[in-house]
Design a protein around this ligand. Structure first.
Ligand SMILES: Nc1ncnc2c1ncn2[C@@H]1O[C@H](COP(=O)(O)OP(=O)(O)OP(=O)(O)O)[C@@H](O)[C@H]1O
Ligand SMILES: [Mg+2]
Length: 420
């Protein structure tokens, strides 16, 4: 028999707030699972700058708009969701934990794994920060490294290498408050770079070593994978909106005009294949500017900004000693991945191979979301489906939301009225 449950994800991004609702269908006999998108909607972002909430009320309104549109599409009423986490306050470090195996016969149980992860988690971080993820990279049993799942193995000493992602307490407080005001329980916070990796990276890329670069509106999230697990996470406070700003300043046009010009440039269908350098802007209806040299725009304005973004990526990789440990190269995603010339810049500056990453692995209403801008929310659904899968089946049932929005509301209304 198929078991279905609902997983939702929300990205409160600097450019747009996106909600995804997916149905996870598990077939226990086949041990297979599909993540079937039933609703997805975006609303223009407000109250969020560089991945962080700067105005709770505005952020709440934008989120409600996006959540309600996704709910209407899915016919489900959301009560909980995985929430992505962005912003330059996100830092990471790697930590090691060691414990003695408790079982007399030396068989490693779940308790030992929990204890060793706790031991690794016990790092000293400033009071103003909180731990968001503790991701086991590999286990070491009696000195034997490279163990992915130690449960059932025998030994006396269990060690773990973990990747720890931390966030600022203040930023988390604002995000929690906003989500609470929207009326949604948090299933978990997921670093946006990690969520995007879930949707766009292949298992081989992660195993060999690669860098995910999610260029959003206000930020660029980095997630480096080696041997199948994350080793470095960070956020650079520059994104594709900076390209728009540069165009607006350089061409003396409004931000809206600059955004239109940027999108026109990245639309390959609208680009003439001949060598004509002039870009015809008449269809954009901008005042005072009808034609412009494409070379001036691309080489003079856009490229320097992309170079800056990838120089910062390279700087971080080299600083962390990771520059030559990522043979699978750079995978660029996020809305900014569609900027003209992005791959050329990525390759030239990082000296690595590069490709654009689009969300994979989802079924259902995916026409809109097979686009780099949706990497994070697609990843939230996949992450949610994977992490919830380890819960017992009884807790799946509790999470299923009934499609009868009105009836459910009335039902809870009556229960509430009956309570003292
Ligand atoms: N077709 C396109 N061509 C060029 N740029 C694009 C295109 N589509 C979107 N963008 C740019 O992508 C950026 C938005 O990306 P995205 O939707 O990933 O941001 P976000 O997740 O809201 O922001 P962040 O992750 O930084 O908080 C905008 O600057 C937008 O101009
Ligand atoms: Mg984003």
């Amino acid at each position: 028999m198929n078991k279905a449950k609902i997983i939702s994800g929300i990205e409160l991004g600097s450019s747009k707030v996106t909600t995804i609702i997916a149905q996870v269908v598990e077939d226990p006999t086949l041990m297979e699972k599909s993540v079937n998108v039933v609703g997805v909607a975006t609303a223009p972002s407000r109250g969020i700058k560089k991945g962080q909430i700067v105005n709770i009320e505005e952020a709440v309104e934008a989120t409600i708009t996006s959540v309600e549109a996704a709910e209407r599409m899915a016919g489900y009423n959301l009560s909980s969701a995985f929430i992505s986490l962005g912003g330059a306050h996100i830092h990471s470090q790697n930590s090691h934990g060691v414990v003695a195996i408790s079982d007399q016969n030396g068989e490693i149980g779940e308790g030992d794994v929990e204890r060793v992860i706790d031991a690794a988690r016990a790092i000293s971080i400033p009071q103003s920060r909180e731990v968001i993820h503790v991701i086991p990279r590999e286990y070491i049993v009696d000195g034997e490294s490279g163990v992915k799942d130690p449960i059932g193995m025998s030994g006396v000493r269990l060690e773990v290498d973990t990747h720890i992602i931390t966030a600022s307490d203040a930023a988390m407080k604002n995000l929690r408050k906003a989500v609470k005001e929207v009326g949604i329980d948090v299933n978990g916070f997921v670093f946006s770079g990690l969520a995007s990796s879930e949707a766009v990276l292949t298992a081989t890329e992660k195993e060999l070593g690669c860098v995910l670069v999610d260029i959003g509106g206000g930020t660029t999230a980095l997630s480096v994978f080696i041997e199948g697990a994350p080793v470095y996470s960070s956020v650079i406070p520059i994104g594709a909106k900076n390209v728009t700003n540069d165009l607006a300043i350089g061409l003396r046009v409004s931000l809206e005009g600059a955004e239109k010009i940027k999108l026109l440039l990245s639309d390959e269908k609208k680009q003439k294949k001949d060598d004509v350098d002039d870009l015809d802007l008449t269809e954009l209806g901008l005042p005072d500017i009808k034609k412009i040299s494409k070379k001036t725009l691309v080489e003079g304005i856009i490229k320097p900004r992309l170079h800056e973004i990838f120089s910062m990526v390279k700087l971080e990789l080299d600083r962390e000693g990771l520059g030559n440990r990522v043979p699978s190269g750079v995978v660029v995603t996020g809305g900014g991945a569609q900027t003209i010339g992005v791959l050329e810049s990525a390759k030239r500056i990082t000296l690595l191979s590069a490709r654009i990453g689009k969300p994979q692995g989802l079924t259902g209403l995916i026409d809109d979301i097979i686009d780099p801008s949706y990497a994070t929310v697609a990843g939230l659904a996949l992450y949610g489906a994977r992490s919830e899968a380890s819960l017992p089946l009884t807790s799946f049932a509790k999470r299923i939301k009934l499609p009868t929005k009105g009836m459910l509301g009335k039902f809870f209304g009556i229960i509430k009225d009956l309570l003292p």
